[in-house]
Structure formats: structure tokens, C-alpha cells
Design a protein around this ligand. Structure first.
Ligand SMILES: Nc1ncnc2c1ncn2[C@@H]1O[C@H](COP(=O)(O)OP(=O)(O)OP(=O)(O)O)[C@@H](O)[C@H]1O
Ligand SMILES: [Mg+2]
Length: 255
């Protein structure tokens, strides 16, 4: 299933948040969204996921989600959003309840996503027993369990330290390489964007509109830390963003 955003605009009261967003999200690709604070990135994800309706324009689904998808548009948040009293397995089981799938199928799905996220040994652990990186892997496992057509990821690595972030980026690349998934991935971090994005969308400051879509053709598995082409792409992204970020910062100070 592909998504097409057509002339999306959004306002809250008198505040214009997004303007004229035209964007394709092709199946099997990761589209990263970067832009200054408050430019409307999270709002855009909510519009794509249908949590809110855009003031203008529309989100069009081309093709059907996979037949076994339990939740075609599934979020992964910065703060993991795990239930603290449920084990790793219990957190995943929760999203599989009330879908009419058999116990046997549920067990197969849980085992599969735990294997893919390297969490099998932590099946019975409670969130408080896990590091931040592992908690986010549980949240990713939980998202994969519902076989989403598109994962909507809002700064999923932002709460983690830089080493854990590196490890999780590798995990995401391995996951994607083994079985391509589709994601819209919002981040402040330009390094994450060039490591994970097949395309990086640069938004202007509010009202956010698209300044440029930068395609990155290097296969994900070859995007190692310090790759010279990636550093060039990252510099290009920063050149696009620097003035916007400074102006947005100034606005926050003056607000
Ligand atoms: N429910 C809401 N009601 C009113 N204004 C809102 C609402 N949600 C967001 N906004 C405003 O819309 C603008 C964009 O917010 P949004 O959270 O989408 O930005 P963002 O790019 O994700 O920011 P950040 O980089 O800080 O995560 C901000 O000015 C914010 O205050
Ligand atoms: Mg946000």
C-alpha cells in the first residue's frame, strides 16, 4: 500500500501549521521528515494516521494493506508507551487481543517479532527491568506484531543516548533488510535521517511546507557511520535547515 499526501494543509484556530504538503510514501521505503521545532512534523504524522483530519487536502491510500494487517497505520513514539505492569510479551499480546485470531496464531506472531527484535530472552521481563534501547525494541516489536502497512515513527530514538541510538539504527537497518517495511520517520537528528531514509523530506518552519525532498540512493546496509556520501548529504540537509532552525528558535525565544 502506498500513501499519497495531496495538498495537505492544517491549522489550529488562527495558527497555520502545515501548508501545501504533496508527498508520496511508497511501499517498502522509509521516508524521513526533518524540520525545525514546532514546524508541524508530529501533526503531519497524526494526519497521516487519521488521528486528525487535515483542514485542507487529503491522504490517499493506493492499494490495500496486507490482508493479515491488524492495524494498517501504527505509531511508534519517543516515550515507548509500554504498560509498566505488563511483561514484554504481555505488552505485545495486548495489541493482538480482540482481533479474532487464535491463541496459536498469537503465539506465532509474538515469537516471530521477539526473534526479529532480538528480545526472545526477555519475554517475561517487565519494562522497568529493561534499558531504554530495549524498551524501544519492545515498542517496535509491538508495532510489527500488527503487520502495519505503514509505521508512523515520531522521534523513536530521541530519548536514547547516542550509543544506544547507533545500536537501534543498526537494528532498524537489519530489520528492514530482512523484510522491507514502510515507515514515515520523524526525527530532529539529521544523522538518523541520512542513515535510515530512502528519502528525506525537509520542512520549513511553521507553517511547515516542503523545502526539498532529498533522495538517498545508497542501500541501507551500506550506510555505515562516517560514510563520506552520507556526510555530504547530511551537510546539504543542514544547509537547508540552518536558517529555518535559527528563525524558529528566535520565534520561541520571542514567544
Ligand atoms: N492540538 C493542538 N492544538 C493547538 N495547537 C497545536 C496542537 N498540536 C500542535 N499544535 C501547534 O502546532 C504546531 C506544530 O506542532 P507539532 O507538534 O506538530 O510540531 P513538531 O514539528 O512535531 O515539533 P517538535 O519538533 O517540537 O516535536 C506548534 O505550534 C504546536 O504548538
Ligand atoms: Mg513533534
Amino acid at each position: 500500500m502506498n500513501l499519497q499526501l495531496k495538498k495537505i494543509g492544517h491549522r489550529y484556530g488562527a495558527t497555520d501549521v502545515l501548508q501545501d504538503i504533496d508527498l508520496d510514501i511508497p511501499a517498502g521505503k522509509i521516508v524521513c521528515i526533518v524540520g525545525p521545532s514546532g514546524c508541524g512534523k508530529s501533526t503531519l504524522l497524526r494526519l497521516i494516521g487519521g488521528l486528525e483530519r487535515p483542514s485542507t487536502g487529503q491522504v490517499v491510500q493506493i492499494g490495500d494493506p496486507p490482508g493479515d494487517s491488524l492495524n494498517p497505520l501504527t505509531y511508534v513514539f519517543q516515550d515507548f508507551a509500554l504498560l509498566p505492569w505488563r511483561s514484554v510479551e504481555g505488552n505485545i499480546r495486548l495489541v493482538l487481543e480482540d482481533h479474532g485470531i487464535t491463541n496459536r496464531e498469537t503465539e506465532v506472531i509474538i515469537s516471530d517479532v521477539l526473534t526479529r527484535t532480538k528480545l526472545t530472552d526477555f519475554r517475561q521481563a517487565l519494562p522497568k527491568q529493561l534499558s531504554g534501547g530495549m524498551k524501544q525494541r519492545v515498542a517496535i516489536a509491538r508495532a510489527l506484531a500488527v503487520k502495519p502497512a505503514v509505521m508512523l515513527m515520531d522521534e523513536p530514538l530521541s530519548a536514547l543516548d547516542s550509543q544506544t541510538r547507533e545500536l537501534l539504527m543498526d537494528d532498524l537497518v537489519n530489520l528492514w533488510t530482512r523484510e522491507a517495511f514502510t515507515a514515515v520517520y520523524v526525527t530532529h537528528n539529521l544523522n538518523e535521517a541520512v542513515r535510515l531514509g530512502h528519502a528525506v523530506v525537509v520542512l520549513s518552519r511553521r507553517p511547515g511546507c516542503i523545502r526539498e525532498v532529498v533522495d538517498i540512493d545508497i542501500p541501507l546496509a551500506e550506510r555505515t557511520l562516517g560514510h563520506p556520501d552520507l556526510e555530504r548529504q547530511q551537510q546539504h540537509l543542514w544547509n537547508l535547515m540552518r536558517d529555518e532552525a535559527m528563525a524558529a528558535d528566535q520565534e520561541l525565544v520571542n514567544a
